[in-house]
Design a protein around this ligand. Structure first.
Ligand code: RP5
Length: 172
C-alpha cells in the first residue's frame, strides 16, 4: 500500500471541514493515503496555483476540492492541473441556498471538467476518488467490489425486515 498521499483534499476554509471530513473517513476505510489542507481560491490565490501546479509531481492521482458560495476553487484547480478534480459544493455561511455553490462548481466550460458531486456529498467524493484509484490499484478495486456487495446485502436485509411487516407480492 502507498504511504505518501495519492489523494489531495482541499477546501476553501476550515469551516468546510465538518462536511469534508466524510471524504477522509471514506478514504481511511479503503486505506488510501491522502493529504488535507485549506486552499482558498480568493484569499490565497498564489497558494492555490502552487498547490495545483505541484500536485502531479508530488504524486497525487486525484484532488477532491470543496468550497461554498462563489465556489471557484475546484474549477480553478482543474484549470491548472491535468489530474482529475472532484468538486464538492458546500452549503456554507455565504451560500444563498447551496445552488450557488453547486452551479459555480458544476457549470464548467468545455475542456475543463470538474466531477461534481451532490451538495455536501463529501462521502461520495471520497468514493469516486477511491474508484478512480481502483481502476489501476487491484487491491483497492477488489475492496470496492466488496463494498458494492455489502451495500446490496444491507438493502436486502431491510427488504426482509419489511417483508415480515407488510405484504409485497414482488418478494413472495
Ligand atoms: C468559501 O467561503 C469557503 O469554501 C467556505 O465554504 C465559505 C465561507 O468561508 P469562511 O468565511 O467560513 O472562512 O470560500
Amino acid at each position: 500500500m502507498a504511504t505518501t498521499a495519492i489523494v489531495g483534499i482541499i477546501m476553501g476554509s476550515d469551516s468546510d471541514l465538518t462536511v469534508m471530513e466524510a471524504a477522509t473517513t471514506l478514504l481511511n476505510s479503503f486505506q488510501i493515503p491522502y493529504e488535507l489542507t485549506v486552499v482558498s481560491a480568493h484569499r490565497t490565490p498564489e497558494r492555490m496555483v502552487e498547490y495545483a501546479k505541484t500536485a502531479k509531481q508530488r504524486g497525487l492521482k486525484v484532488i477532491i476540492a470543496g468550497a461554498g458560495g462563489a465556489a471557484h476553487l475546484p474549477g480553478m484547480v482543474a484549470a491548472i492541473t491535468s489530474i482529475p478534480v472532484i468538486g464538492v459544493p458546500i452549503k456554507s455561511s455565504n451560500s444563498i441556498d447551496g445552488w450557488d455553490s453547486i452551479l459555480s462548481i458544476l457549470q464548467m466550460p468545455n475542456g475543463v471538467p470538474v466531477a461534481t458531486v451532490a451538495l455536501n456529498a463529501a462521502k461520495n467524493a471520497g468514493l469516486l476518488a477511491a474508484q478512480i484509484i481502483g481502476t489501476t490499484d487491484i487491491p483497492i478495486g477488489k475492496m470496492l467490489d466488496a463494498y458494492k456487495v455489502s451495500m446490496q446485502e444491507e438493502v436486502l436485509k431491510k427488504v426482509e425486515n419489511l417483508k415480515s411487516k407488510f405484504n409485497n407480492e414482488f418478494d413472495q
